[in-house]
Design a protein around this ligand. Structure first.
Ligand SMILES: [Zn+2]
Length: 86
């Protein structure tokens, strides 16, 4: 399986359930955290950390913070920030 950012807990669970053997992650700088868990579960993990890709996502997250927040924390994370601004 290939993914641009590291997997959230939900996706990581599906990777184990569906028994993916190999996971290639493009960027753990902007979103990471389950890398050790993947290794412990026996998933062959490759982390690319292409500087151009990391910079591209960082730019996106800065310019469009709501979609980035929603991806990482779901709609409750977006609503929490919107409520705090009121
Ligand atoms: Zn996910």
């Amino acid at each position: 399986m290939f993914t641009s950012l590291s997997c959230c807990d939900f996706c990581a669970g599906l990777i184990y359930q569906l028994q993916f053997k190999r996971l290639v992650v493009g960027d753990i700088t902007n979103y990471g955290g389950n890398e050790e868990k993947h290794r412990q579960k026996g998933v062959q993990l490759e982390i690319l950390e292409d500087p151009e890709g990391v910079a591209f996502y960082a730019k996106f997250a800065k310019e469009r913070p709501d979609p980035d927040r929603e991806d990482a924390g779901g709609l409750p994370a977006v609503r929490k920030v919107a409520t705090a601004k009121c």
